[in-house]
Structures are given as structure tokens and as C-alpha cells.
Design a protein. Sequence first.
Length: 156
Amino acid sequence: MINHKKGFSLIELLLVVAILGILLSIFIPNVMRVVYKARGAKIAMDMTTIRTVAVTYYNEKGVWPKNRAWGVVPKELQATLPPGTLFDLPGWKTSYAFTNLSNKAADVIERRGYTIALRIRFTNLALGNIVYNMSPNLFGQAQFNRKQTVLTVVLD
């Protein structure tokens, strides 16, 4: 009499789970790297758009938009920013702040190293590093405070 067992042994199941675990440990970091690069590209595009709109505003009005808190679009730029350009990206835990020091004393500006800047606050250091690495190609000057995870790109 031949005994035909159906199913898998415990050893076979453990082997399959181990192989899947190894494959996933290789696959997931690569997927996350691609996701961060895509998010970084979106943030870099936002930064260049905000800079273009702010410089256009300055050229038309002769003054820079006023300071705004994290995640708040300057009122002066609201009408001219393209749809989808947000200063708060809650799903990515990232926000922007427009900084205008043009009316401050020279020593404040010298200490900061900029007059007009766009600051980006990240909660994910990997995403911040990716955007920082893109910044030299887009902006003349960028500073990344890794401790506070704040990237500052100088607009003027």
C-alpha cells in the first residue's frame, strides 16, 4: 500500500519562509531608496518653483514676501503658486518655511549667512540627505543642519 501525504513538512515551510525573508530584506531597502528619490525630486521641484515665484514677485513689487511659519504659504505667493505646491506635506512629515531677513540688521544677516531663504524641515534624515545632495545643482548655497534636520537653501 502506497501512502501519499499531502502538504509540506515543517522543514520545507521554514526553508521557504527563510528564503522569502532574505529576498525581502534585499528588496525593501531598494524600494525605499527609490521612494525617497521620487519624494526628493518632488521637493526639489517645489523648491525651484517657490524660488521662481518669489523672485518674480520681487521683480514686480520690489520687496520680498514676508516671513511665514512652518507649513504656511506666504500670502503674497498664494495666487501665483501652481496648484499642488504645498508648504506642508503631512504624509511625508515635511514642511517649508519662507524666511525673509531683508529688514534685519546686517549682523543678523551675516550670522545667518542669507537674506532670503527657503527652509525645509524633515523628520526623515534619509530624505533630507537626498534633497541636500540635489541642492547644489539647483541653488548656489545650501546648508543642512542634520541635528535639527532642516535644509536651508538661499534664494538671495
